[in-house]
Design a protein around this ligand. Structure first.
Ligand code: ZN
Ligand code: ZN
Length: 137
C-alpha cells in the first residue's frame, strides 16, 4: 500500500521515510549548523535532527540525568572526551532513532550510543508515567 501522498520510501535513503522534513534535511547533510550536542551527566553526544525533535529527545534524556543535562548547538569547550565518539562523528553512517514524527541521528560510538538509547527509553517511560499519573489525579 502506498502512503497517502504517493511517495514511496526510498530504500537507499532511509531519511526519506521520516515524516518531518526538517529532520530529513538535517540528517542528509549533518554539518556544523545542523549538529547539536547533548550533554547528559558526563556524556557528550553529537546529534543531528531538527530543533523540535532534538528537543524532544533531549528532554526525555534529561529525566535520567543525575547531575546535569543541556542541549548545545555548538561543540562544548571541553570537546568530546571519547575518541571513538569523535571518530563516529565523521562517519556518514549514523544510527537514526525515531522521535515522535521525526528522527534524530546519533553520532556516537557503540558504547555511548547504547547508553544514550537506554536513557532515552527510560526517559520516555518516565514521561508516560508522569502523564498517566496526571491523568488519574
Ligand atoms: Zn523534526
Ligand atoms: Zn564514545
Amino acid at each position: 500500500m502506498l502512503p497517502p501522498d504517493g511517495r514511496q520510501p526510498d530504500q537507499d535513503d532511509p531519511a526519506s521515510a521520516i515524516p518531518c522534513d526538517d529532520c530529513q534535511a538535517a540528517l542528509r547533510s549533518p554539518g556544523r549548523e545542523t549538529i547539536s550536542f547533548l550533554l547528559v551527566d558526563e556524556l557528550t553526544i553529537p546529534l543531528a535532527g531538527c530543533e523540535e525533535h532534538l528537543d524532544q529527545f533531549s528532554s526525555a534524556c534529561e529525566l535520567t540525568a543525575q547531575q546535569r543535562s543541556d542541549l548545545l548547538d555548538f561543540l562544548p569547550a571541553g570537546g568530546i572526551s571519547c575518541p571513538a565518539c569523535r571518530l563516529a562523528r565523521h562517519s556518514a553512517e549514523q544510527p537514526v532513532i525515531p522521535v515522535d514524527a521525526g528522527a534524530v541521528g546519533i553520532m556516537a560510538c557503540q558504547e555511548h550510543l547504547s547508553e544514550i538509547l537506554t536513557r532515552f527509553q527510560t526517559g520516555i517511560q518516565t514521561q508516560h508515567q508522569l502523564t498517566t499519573s496526571l491523568d488519574t489525579s
